[in-house]
Design a protein around this ligand. Sequence first.
Ligand code: NAI
Length: 449
Amino acid sequence: ETEKLPYKVLDCTPERFEELAAFGRKEISLAENEMPGLMALRQKYGKSKPLAGARIAGCLHMTIQTAVLIETLAELGAEVTWSSCNIFSTQDHAACAIAKAGYAVFAWKGETDEEFDWCIEQTITAFPSGEPLNMILDDGGDLTAMIHDRFPELLSGIKGISEETTAGIHRLEVLNRTGKLGCPAINVNDSATKSKFDNLYGCRESLADGVKRATDIMLAGKVAVVCGYGDVGKGCAHSLQRYGCRVIVTEIDPINALQAAMEGFEVTTMEEACKEGNLFVTTTGNKDIILGQHMVHMAEDAILCNIGHFDTEIDIAWLEAQVKAGKVTKVVIKSEKEGAVDRYTFKETGRSILTLAKGRLVNLGCATGHPSFVMSTSFTNQTLAQIELWKNAGEYETKVYLLPKRLDEEVARLHLGKLGVKLTKLTQEQADYLGVPVEGPYKSDHYRY
Ligand code: NAI
């Protein structure tokens, strides 16, 4: 397509668009009440507009919570364009509401891989002035990669990148190590108030939401296998345990494996776990975790899903090749628009397995992702990172930075009131005894929470 579009969302009638936009708007206003960090930033910076002049292209799941982020960035003065960072994660009512509010959004649920790239590409130049982006807000690094690989001439005009997730941080670190990083970046993921909340408590609620909306399965009594016991894996394992699953963990890192063991989980290899599990969840951010050689041993209607960022963890391609070879039959239980539930039956044994969201992240593919409150902690970090890079670009070298601990603590502070938390105040004597300022920061940079 060559025609420049102001936005592109779900292909539907004007009436349906209005209906979805109206529903989206109602849910956005509910979400605002659950996102105190973002609303506090609007209050604090709405007048001074620290993001004036910024043209932020965002590539992050186009959900209701993200709509609140977009409108916060705009209220702080930025021009914003948006695409989703996964083909299944857009909530169409959120995208329609954002389009109706006048933003250049390019996202719908069930994009093809080609449409996905096309959407990201549109966000580079779809600003009212026609000038290209000068800030990147990314989740997983696809926009960052596109700019570095295909539009490197734009890098000199970009003041910074803020990156949301573990998978994107790995990619930024590779760019940095190989000398290819083209502008300063802030690692939002490793703020304590991001990875120790969103990855952990977010997945603790949204994993089961995805599995249940997809399959309506009873979790109590089942054997669940959680691959990886990082922040996401911890949230998933604890959630499933509390539902009454017997949880088995797989790990490659002895520290994480020991943590899992000391929380009472059995830790073993996939070769053994594949014979026991009724539900398999990959959380490693790695590749080749569940392969054909494991799938053939699984129990009848074992459910396979992934909550890591990319669809590299479960070998869906192997299953599809078996279908082509006539060794496996496939029945689509739910279409891609409905969350993609597929049932594959091995002809030789007659046994079936179920895959959710075609191995893409299940909480956003089969449900609506994390709840608003925890996304507020993540997105408050995102907004502070954007302000920091835009306002103080001169102070940053072409490297990957963390937000200062003072701001990390501030993000947490902004979320206490909503939960009725009463914080104890250090006395001057206590602060002197610990050697920290009364108003923080309270911990050293290597403290792990
Ligand atoms: P992490 O690095 O804390 O945890 C990953 C764990 O997997 C590590 O402990 C690692 O040792 C382990 N691992 C690696 N290879 C393995 C293998 N072959 N077998 C077993 N374990 C293995 O990363 P985090 O923060 O937990 O993120 C994991 C993934 O989830 C990333 O792709 C991240 O981007 C994504 N993510 C997804 C979210 C969602 O809402 N769906 C939210 C936050 C993160």
